[in-house]
Design a protein around this ligand. Sequence first.
Ligand SMILES: [Cu+2]
Length: 212
Amino acid sequence: MKTSFTLKSFRAFAVNLGLALLSLNLSAQTSHPVSVSNYSFSPKNLNITVGDEVVWTNTGGTHNVDGLKSVFPNNPVSFGNSVGSGWTYSFTFNTPGTYDYHCDPHAGFGMVGEIIVSQSTTATSESLADNSGRILLYPNPASKYIELKLPSGYSPVNMLKVYTLAGAVIDQQAFPTNSLSLKYDISKLNSGIYFIEINSQSRKDVLKFIKQ
Ligand SMILES: [Cu+2]
């Protein structure tokens, strides 16, 4: 009798705990570790979402993280710490954009890093919800990547083609199955005007984008 009561209340407790953890998880930021040693940041490049935290841990040598706007004027905000050894430094990125940084003593040795902070997926799909029926391409112009967002009725998508203003096809690939969005890397393209063609069984869309 007593045991079953205890079990029951334990179950109720476990369910409540489960719900509490779930809601905590949904709102929690993601933490991205970067190790600092051997004159490098690893990983050197990070793609994160607004509200995420990056944690740098210096495991060897005398280094720092310098992402100050006085050094990198294009950084949306400043971040960084002082030169030293054995430290851990964390920063939460609340403004989208591209952030560059380096280690002050070893910048000349190529001890550099970059973090791309994107809007959260949830916020993006919500804010784009009223554009039903159209394919969205953003940002445009862009330098690192473009993102394609397809309307919910757009399915199945077969093939994606990228070509130059002159009409030369430079890339062709399958659109990810069961996905209505795609992040496409344009960092290696030369500056200029390009077209991206998306085919479904019933329609073909061609969107223009500018690589900065
Ligand atoms: Cu260093």
